[in-house]
Design a protein around this ligand. Structure first.
Ligand SMILES: C[S@@+](CC[C@H](N)C(=O)[O-])C[C@H]1O[C@@H](n2cnc3c(N)ncnc32)[C@H](O)[C@@H]1O
Length: 254
């Protein structure tokens, strides 16, 4: 997280009193309510990963479907740095309970902890989650054994995303872009998925202030002609494309 973005956010972020549009006001109030669901069955898996010091070969993937490096890393250290925190996985849970999307796409599975939250939030939905690192995907698959509504697609997004979207019978309703955090790929995945979206599709972008490139990507996404309402919650950004909403941007406390 860039320190300047962090400070700026705390200076300008507003709460529900700054929201006049009922659509966002109601949603924001809902998101701020406590969530009383028990997620222990998922958090137990996170804790096992955080305590697992096994070393695995980690493929670092770049654009053009190339494996750039294979590094050795402890499962525990990947779990510490790569997974969405429970706070933000619960935010996804709430968004899914509120909007009830049927087809969910997650770019970047890692060990699948967040994927379990996505799948748990609406058992009628199907979650397509994409992961390029073989060893990581193997562990995620193991975490998904008991889940019927998760499909893990292995390989580089640059190859697998379009191919998979082309086979969808339904439009994508909910998208979480959380991998390959650079300007070009982020915009490319957004444009690509837009072709398979509908009026109600919600896009969530992770790490929007993580680097200059991600700042730039977020700025361009907000200005995109298809984007109407956008909400900056610091660690992630929410984007709506419904033409029924007026084009507005909010920075809200969360
Ligand atoms: C930040 S982690 C995902 C975390 C997960 N969504 C969560 O919320 O806990 C990003 C993952 O994306 C994968 N990844 C990054 N670039 C990729 C690419 N071009 N193709 C496939 N996987 C990629 C990485 O291997 C990594 O496991």
């Amino acid at each position: 997280m860039k320190i300047f973005s962090f400070l700026k956010y705390y200076l300008i972020a507003k709460n529900e009193h700054a929201i006049h549009a009922p659509f966002l006001y109601n949603l924001y109030c809902y998101l701020k309510k406590d969530c009383l669901v028990d997620f222990n069955h998922i958090e137990t898996i996170r804790n096992q990963l955080l305590n697992n010091n096994t070393i695995i070969d980690l493929d670092e993937i770049g654009m053009g479907s190339k494996v750039l490096h294979t590094k050795k890393r402890k499962i525990s250290s990947i779990a510490k740095t790569s997974l969405s925190t429970q706070k933000y996985s619960i935010l996804h849970h709430k968004l899914i309970q509120y909007f009830k999307p049927k087809t969910i796409v997650e770019l970047g599975t890692s060990f699948g902890i967040n994927t379990l939250y996505l799948a748990n939030a609406n058992p009628d939905a199907v979650v397509y989650t994409f992961e390029g690192s073989k060893k990581i995907a193997e562990i995620a698959k193991n975490n998904f054994i008991a889940r019927k509504n998760i499909t893990l697609i292995e390989g580089n997004f640059d190859v697998t995303l379009e191919k998979t979207l082309n086979h969808f019978a339904e439009k994508v309703d909910y998208v979480f872009i959380d991998g390959n955090h650079a300007l070009e790929p982020t915009l490319h995945y957004f444009e690509l998925i837009l072709h398979f979206s509908n009026e109600k599709t919600i896009f969530i972008f992770d790490d929007i202030h993580w680097s200059d490139e991600m700042e730039m990507a977020w700025k361009q996404i907000k200005m995109h002609t298809n984007v109407t309402l956008s909400v900056d919650l610091l660690y992630l950004g929410i984007v709506f494309v419904s033409k029924k909403l007026s084009k507005q941007h909010f920075v809200l406390k969360y």
